[in-house]
Design a protein around this ligand. Structure first.
Ligand SMILES: [Zn+2]
Length: 124
């Protein structure tokens, strides 16, 4: 970073602080300057402007995955309960549905395994 850029960055930092922004412990992954949190909640680098904080991005992706897994689990449960109902009502024979049930239960087990793995890794 040249002296001129440094001067500009310092000036911008002062401006940010004056506008009520808060200096964060996190630094910009590109230039290493401290990041600032604006009153609007936006995270900015004094040089590079708005910065996506990796942590919150990862959390956002994680939340989507979580909801996909939960939906999948729900669908499997619904399908299972429909088959079981059909067996109870005599529309289907248990032996005819064994393979389907097994596949659904396998899938359910896998979904739950992925979910529990994710929860454990998030707890560290
Ligand atoms: Zn930067």
């Amino acid at each position: 970073m040249s002296a001129y850029d440094k001067q500009k960055a310092l000036k911008r930092m002062a401006e940010l602080l004056r506008s009520g922004a808060v200096m964060l412990e996190e630094t910009c992954p590109v230039c290493g300057l401290p990041l600032f949190k604006l009153k609007s909640g936006e995270i900015v680098c004094p040089v590079h402007g708005p910065v996506k904080v990796v942590g919150s991005e990862a959390e956002a992706i994680s939340a989507v995955t979580e909801s996909v897994l939960s939906t999948l689990e729900k669908i499997i449960t619904q399908k299972l309960s429909r088959i079981v109902n059909e067996i109870i009502q005599g529309d289907k024979d248990l032996l005819d549905t064994v393979k389907e049930l097994q596949e659904l239960l396998d899938l359910m087990e896998k979904v739950r395994k992925v979910k529990s793995l994710r929860t454990t890794s998030q707890r560290k």
